[in-house]
Design a binder for this molecule. Structure first.
Ligand SMILES: [Zn+2]
Length: 182
C-alpha cells in the first residue's frame, strides 16, 4: 500500500529545491553586481605571466608575478600626494583613485578602496597566518595585501607595492590598456 505521506512530501521537497535555486541565483546576482561595479566588467587578459618579463623591470616582475614584496619606504609613490590615478604597472588597468590614498606610516602606498571591480582577491598563507592578497583583475598581477585596520569610510587598508603601480597625474591621459607582450 503506498504511503500517502511520501506523495505529499515530494511536491514540498520540490518547492524547497526551487527556493534554494532561487536563493543561489540571488546570491550570484549580488556577487556579480558587486564585481561589475558601475555595470562594466573587466575582461581578463589571458597572458602567460612570463611574457611580462619583456616589458617590466626585474623588481616589478618579481612583485607582480612572483608575489615578491618591495622594501618599505623604497617607492617614490609612497609619498605621492597629487590627484590622479594609479594604474597597474603591467597592463595599465586603473586600480586606485588618488582620492582613496592615505598615509598609513607603513612605508607602502596605501589606499582605503580600489576602483570597484578592478582588483580580485585570494587568500595566501605565506606568513603562516592567512592574509588576503589582491591583484589586478585584468592581468592577474599581484599588487599587495588588504587588511581591516584602514581608515573610514571602508576600514580597509590596501597595502600596495609601489613598483606594481604607475601614477598618472590628474589632467594627463590615462595610458591605453596594454595587450599581452608579444
Ligand atoms: Zn594588470
Amino acid at each position: 500500500m503506498p504511503n500517502p505521506a511520501a506523495h505529499e512530501g515530494n511536491p514540498s521537497r520540490r518547492r524547497v529545491l526551487r527556493g534554494l535555486v532561487a536563493g543561489v541565483a540571488t546570491l550570484l546576482g549580488c556577487s556579480s553586481r558587486g564585481e561589475a561595479g558601475d555595470g562594466g566588467t573587466v575582461a581578463k587578459l589571458d597572458c602567460p605571466h612570463e611574457a611580462w618579463r619583456k616589458t617590466l623591470t626585474p623588481a616589478a616582475y618579481a612583485v607582480l608575478f612572483e608575489e615578491d614584496t618591495e622594501r618599505p619606504f623604497s617607492s617614490p609613490l609612497e609619498k605621492e600626494k597629487r590627484a590622479g590615478t594609479y594604474v597597474c604597472a603591467a597592463c595599465a588597468l586603473p586600480l586606485f583613485d588618488a582620492k582613496t590614498k592615505f598615509d598609513s606610516g607603513t612605508g607602502w602606498p596605501s589606499f582605503w578602496a580600489p576602483i570597484e571591480g578592478h582588483v580580485g582577491t585570494s587568500t595566501d598563507f605565506k606568513l603562516i597566518y592567512p592574509r588576503t592578497e589582491y591583484h589586478c583583475a585584468r592581468c592577474g598581477g599581484h599588487q599587495g595585501h588588504v587588511f581591516d585596520d584602514g581608515p573610514k569610510p571602508t576600514g580597509k587598508r590596501y597595502c600596495n607595492n609601489g613598483v606594481a603601480l604607475a601614477f598618472v597625474p590628474a589632467g594627463d591621459a590615462l595610458p591605453e590598456l596594454r595587450a599581452c607582450p608579444a
